[in-house]
Design a protein around this ligand. Structure first.
Ligand code: D5M
Ligand code: FE
Ligand code: ZN
Length: 637
């Protein structure tokens, strides 16, 4: 644990698998300062597996053997064992971190159709569907050991001290846990904030009928959890099967997309390549295990479920540039000549991409606008409270011009794209930057703010990585125990991350945006500060978080729900806190900004947010109408 503690003291994080690799070497083969120096050169504060391996390699030390879980996973996913020791870059960091709990989460999420399921320890959610058995009949608990009993109820008004049932059901008071009678909060949750529509303001949108449909929501997908064949090593077996189905599902979906391209025809299984006539041109579709620069070009290792293959593309080829768009675990097609030595010499690369055609949508009878928000981060001391309240007043008709009046009058929808609160314990040192140090109160505060959005405006609210939700993607929704004030808002629709909303016949793909991190990590010349360009890359790969085992945790669902299956009219992300938009092949890409000024952590990693800027979308064209700027009320936060 020394390594973890020492890194934490320096505001660095380490993932479990990196810890596994480094722990034995710490203070024997390397010093903390060396590791930190190395991480600095990479511009990160997170020591993950890849970085740990590179670090050891730079010191001429071989990494310890990979974890058991990784090796079983490889066996499951790959149909043939990889030869030699090629680094695939696809090892599962996520699995290695918390295999069992991730799995449990998945299964539970499936069973409960995305409902919340985490026992919080002090939940006071009256809407909880299944009261904890211990609360119902504590006197019947006769098992050995100690059982902590939940006795809180109803909004925390009548707090009964918690108690513990010891052996034989004897009640033992739990002194150190006794909660003070009435906690005095030193912070506001905006319970007194009342903003009402401006007198006489005409909201045209009230007369326009609602026309929305949630076209895709993770909660509505019934996933069948894989079954273990025997009781021995049950969890491991289930995880292996889940990942195997996950990759199968990714391959299947991407094959369908790639085959829409007429140039990707006559696709052949890798296992059958040895039977093709020599000199014949072949096309294969494969998942990228690894990519390596050589003297004359790039060498890939790809697999398709029937076999593994090396693919080489030389610098002289026209499609050579496309190698830079390919990240680990993306699925692409290669066309070229197969040499019996087992290498495909590619001439062409096909990314799944988005076809270049004009989507004709019937015109709307009336103009309708949608507001895109994300990353409100309520609870942070950098939350731009003043600016957000100005924005709420604006929605209620406090406008500055005729043009704004026309816009506000026709706003019917507000899409909120995650990180709605700041959460607790999300990044090192966060606690000192929280004004609301309690997640329950953060959601209460947010709901009190959003209660001031005029009722005829429908809000779609999905989670991000700061929210009380499953951390791994996709995120089915918020945990109800924490976020129940949001569920109570009359005009809010809780959505998953990602989700697809159809507004008046236009498809909006709504996604918090962590996949942008994959793009920034693997594609040259991409930056957190130009998110729309990274979004183009996600669209080209038709996947929201292509790389497995990188920074972005992906749940081992038996189906890959992160493939961009349909081409949306608009693609909305947040996460990196910078407003940017552009059109790519007819799709409007927009990363909405934030309501949080720069945090200390962002200062360290050199992220400069653009808070308080609000893109307004014309639903008819699914394009930007205008950006309203509230940033002047966010200075000096
Ligand atoms: O993300 C806010 C911004 O901070 C976004 O640009 C990603 C970046 N970020 C978040 N976590 C990390 C780590 N661990 N390393 C580097 N950059 C990071 P938010 O999700 O609001 O925290
Ligand atoms: Fe955020
Ligand atoms: Zn985020």
């Amino acid at each position: 644990m020394d390594l973890i503690r020492d890194l934490m003291m320096n505001k660095y994080l380490i993932t479990s698998s990196a810890y596994f690799i480094l722990q034995d070497r710490y203070r024997k083969d390397f010093a903390l300062s060396e590791l930190i120096k190395f991480a600095k050169t990479r511009g990160t504060f997170v020591i993950d597996k890849a970085l740990a391996e590179e670090f050891l390699a730079s010191k001429g030390i071989a990494a310890a053997g990979s974890s058991l879980l990784e090796s079983i996973e490889r066996t499951a996913v790959k149909s043939q064992p990889a030869e030699g020791s090629i680094s695939t870059g696809t090892a599962s960091e996520t699995t290695a971190v918390t295999p069992v709990s991730t799995e449990t989460e998945v299964l539970k999420a499936q069973n409960e159709a995305g409902q919340s399921y985490v026992s919080t320890g002090d939940a006071s959610d009256v809407e909880h569907e299944e009261p904890l058995p211990a609360v119902e009949s504590p006197e019947n608990e006769y098992s050995n050991g100690t059982h902590e009993v939940e006795t809180s109820s109803g909004n925390g008004e009548e707090e009964v001290p918690r108690a513990v049932y010891g052996d034989y059901g004897v009640l033992v008071p739990l002194e150190e846990e006794i909660i003070p009678e009435k906690e005095v909060k030193s912070y506001s949750t905006y319970s007194d904030l009342v903003i009402t529509p401006k007198d006489g303001f005409e909201f045209r949108a009230k007369e326009i009928p609602d026309d929305y449909e949630i076209k895709f929501d993770v909660k509505n997908i019934k996933l069948k959890p894989p079954k273990a064949k025997n009781a021995n090593g049950k969890e491991g077996e289930i995880i292996v099967q889940a990942y195997a189905s996950y990759f199968k599902s990714r391959m299947k979906k991407m094959r369908r997309i790639l085959r829409e391209n007429p140039e990707v025809s006559g696709v052949i299984d890798i296992a059958k390549l040895n039977y093709v006539a020599p000199e014949g041109e072949v096309t294969i579709i494969g998942l990228i295990n690894s990519k390596r620069e050589t003297r004359k070009g790039y060498m890939f290792e790809v697999e398709d479920g029937t076999g593994i293959l090396k693919v080489f593309i030389g610098r002289d080829k026209e499609d050579y540039k496309k190698v830079f768009d390919i990240v680990p675990d993306a699925v692409v097609a290669f066309k070229g000549y197969y040499s019996k030595k087992g290498i495909l010499f590619a001439n062409n690369i096909y990314l799944p991409d988005v076809p270049l055609y004009k989507r004709n949508r019937p015109p709307l009878d009336e103009k309708v606008y949608a507001v895109l928000l994300s990353d409100i981060h309520v609870g942070s001391d950098k939350f731009c409270e003043k600016a957000f309240i100005k924005f709420l007043e604006w929605l209620n008709g406090e406008v500055n011009s005729r043009e704004e009046e026309e816009i506000v009058s026709r706003i019917k929808y507000i899409i909120i794209d995650g990180d709605v609160v700041d959460g607790v314990g999300i990044y090192p040192g966060q606690y000192s930057e929280l004004v609301i140090p309690d997640v329950f109160d953060q959601y209460e505060a947010l709901a009190n703010l959003l209660a001031n959005v005029p009722e005829h405006m429908t809000m779609f609210i999905g989670p991000g990585n700061h929210d009380a939700a499953r951390m791994a993607l996709p995120q089915p929704g918020f945990y109800r125990e924490y976020a129940h004030p949001l569920f109570k808002l009359k005009n809010a629709v809780i959505i998953s991350n990602p989700a697809v909303i159809n507004l008046h016949g236009r498809e909006f793909l709504v996604y918090h945006g962590r996949g942008i991190e994959d793009v920034v990590s693997f594609i040259p010349n991409r930056s957190h500060h130009r998110p729309a360009e990274a979004m183009v890359n996600l669209l080209k790969l038709r996947h929201l978080a292509p790389t497995f085992g990188g920074k972005v945790p992906i749940a081992p669902d038996p189906e890959d729900l992160l493939v961009i299956e349909g081409v949306p009219d608009l693609f909305h992300t947040g996460h990196v806190h910078v407003l940017q938009y552009q059109v790519y092949h007819g799709v409007f890409l927009v990363n909405s900004a934030t309501w949080q000024a720069q945090t200390e952590f962002q200062k360290m990693v050199n992220i400069v947010p653009t808070p308080g800027k609000v893109p307004i979308i014309d639903v008819e064209t699914a394009r930007l109408k205008t950006v309203i700027d509230f940033s002047r009320w966010c200075e000096g936060v």
